[in-house]
Ligand binder design. Structure first.
Ligand SMILES: N[C@@H](CCC[C@H](N)C(=O)O)C(=O)O
Length: 261
């Protein structure tokens, strides 16, 4: 069996995208997801996304990390919107379903403005913070994020007791300007630093924005620039959270699936 795929990247977070409206992808075959995402033996990606039909929505995004686990992916969702636009499923506005619930988005000139789920609170985690933006995120502010040992420290926190057994993603943040931060993220499910993480930068923007009375935060990541705007309620919850940034198709191809003779 051959599967036609497209590759997308959103600020360097890269995804294999499959139009699976026919529901022919063997979604329970997590070994296949791992093989496709393998950078040496497969296509290579941080994650794999299936686009499926869903009653009441324009489409459903089914997201897998490179290891086959599932969670919400902000950059993946922006790429899914761009891919659905490319496929002609949507025009410039959409409402779609992801693992954490419904999302709205707008796409124009390759920039996707994605509404994230509401966030109930920010928690303290020692001197750091924890925020769930559809996926769990530990947020640590550091003096110089560029020289910080992200993989080593991220792996320690990712597997640490408070987050066991499912673990967390871990973000390291330095302030660049009054309204701008630099974020590097260790992602669970990839088990490495990725060039950008959409739910991660959203978590960091909420913490930074809340502490500094900002409602629009610019973010730089190793893979490019994003922004997050939001409103904060008196009870410390957040709503109308929008993650904005580019999503690009980089190539298309055919995956050869070995079948038993
Ligand atoms: N890269 C993603 C986050 C993907 C999910 C995460 N690795 C997890 O398992 O929680 C993003 O852009 O949000």
């Amino acid at each position: 069996m051959d599967i036609i795929f497209y590759k997308y990247q959103g600020t360097g977070n890269d995804f294999v995208m499959i139009d699976d409206r026919s529901e022919s992808f063997p979604e329970r075959n997590l070994g296949l997801v791992q093989e496709i995402c393998d950078r040496k033996f497969g296509v290579g990606a941080d994650g794999l996304i299936l686009i499926r039909n869903k009653a009441g929505f324009d489409f459903e995004m089914i997201y897998y990390n490179a290891d086959g686990s599932q969670s919400m992916c902000g950059n993946g969702a922006r790429c899914a919107v761009a891919f659905s636009h490319f496929l002609g499923i949507i025009q410039s506005n959409t409402t779609f379903l992801a693992i954490d619930g419904p999302h709205e988005a707008h796409i124009e000139s390759g920039i996707v403005d994605l509404k994230m789920g509401a966030v109930s609170s920010l928690s303290n985690a020692g001197k750091d913070y924890f925020v769930n933006t559809g996926s769990p995120h530990h947020v640590r502010f550091v003096d110089d994020v560029h020289s910080y040992p992200v993989v080593e420290e991220g792996a320690k926190i990712r597997y640490s007791d408070p987050y066991s057994p499912k673990g967390t993603n871990v973000n390291f943040v330095s302030k660049i300007n009054e309204d701008e931060i630099f974020v590097r993220t260790y992602e669970r499910g990839v088990e490495n630093e990725t060039l950008s993480c959409g739910t991660g930068v959203t978590a960091c923007a909420l913490v930074f924005g809340s502490r500094n009375e900002l409602r629009n935060v610019k973010i730089k990541t190793p893979g490019g620039s994003l922004s997050v705007r939001f409103s904060e309620n008196a009870d410390g919850s957040f709503q109308n959270i929008f993650l904005v940034g580019p999503a690009m198709q980089v190539f298309e191809g055919r995956i050869k699936i070995e079948t038993e003779p």
